[in-house]
Design a protein around this ligand. Structure first.
Ligand code: FMN
Length: 180
């Protein structure tokens, strides 16, 4: 059972490389508002992963891959905020997930899916399928979709907005309670 005395470790990853990414802002804001007992570590290296090729999935692995797999395996759960590109998962994020196939540490890696777009239904559905395939099932009570389209929200603005902040804190608490 989750408690503040036994922190839940979340690895937070944005599925966008864009400098002004709303999904990255969501991840940054989540890290800042996480209540005591929830430790959020942000992973920023998915853009540095090579294109997945099974031929390259052999020792010695690139440092970026070792770092990514270790970060995921050290976490109790994954917090993913991902946009939709062309009615699907952005390639850069799917590539990062492909590097995890068969390489989780044997424990389940529950995931909470966040999004800044209520329109991104297709990518969210696809992520659910992919996460289940990776033994990283989605925890619905931890999922959050916020209406951020049409404005370039920063993390600071998300934190300052009481409704946004309360939504993020509630989702983090529910996710931690479900997996802790
Ligand atoms: C190449 C590209 C394709 C996109 N395709 C879709 C799409 O199919 N459906 C959708 O709802 N939004 C689509 N969008 C809009 C993005 O999902 C939206 O701008 C999102 O906020 C981008 O995330 P970010 O702010 O974290 O970079 C697309 C944007 C780009 C750049």
């Amino acid at each position: 059972m989750w408690s503040e005395a036994m922190p839940v470790r979340l690895l937070a990853v944005a599925g966008s490389l864009r400098s002004g990414s709303t999904n990255s802002a969501l991840i940054d804001a989540a890290s800042a508002v996480a209540p005591d007992g929830i430790a959020v570590t942000i992973f920023e290296g998915i853009g540095g992963l090579p294109f997945y090729n099974p031929d390259d999935d052999v020792e010695p692995l690139p440092a970026s891959v070792i770092h990514w797999r270790a970060a995921v395996n050290a976490a109790d759960g994954l917090l993913v905020s991902c946009p939709e590109y062309a009615r699907g998962i952005p390639g850069v994020f799917k590539n990062a997930l492909d590097w995890l196939v068969g390489n989780l540490d044997g424990s389940t890696k529950p995931a909470a899916l966040w999004s800044g777009s209520p329109r991104a239904v297709a990518s969210q559905e696809q992520l659910r399928v992919v996460m289940a395939t990776l033994s990283a099932g989605v925890v619905e009570v931890g999922c959050l979709t916020l209406p951020l389209l049409g404005r370039a929200w920063t993390a600071e603005e998300l934190i300052a907005d009481a409704g946004m902040r309360d939504g993020m804190v509630a989702a983090l608490r529910s996710f931690a309670a479900a997996i802790g």
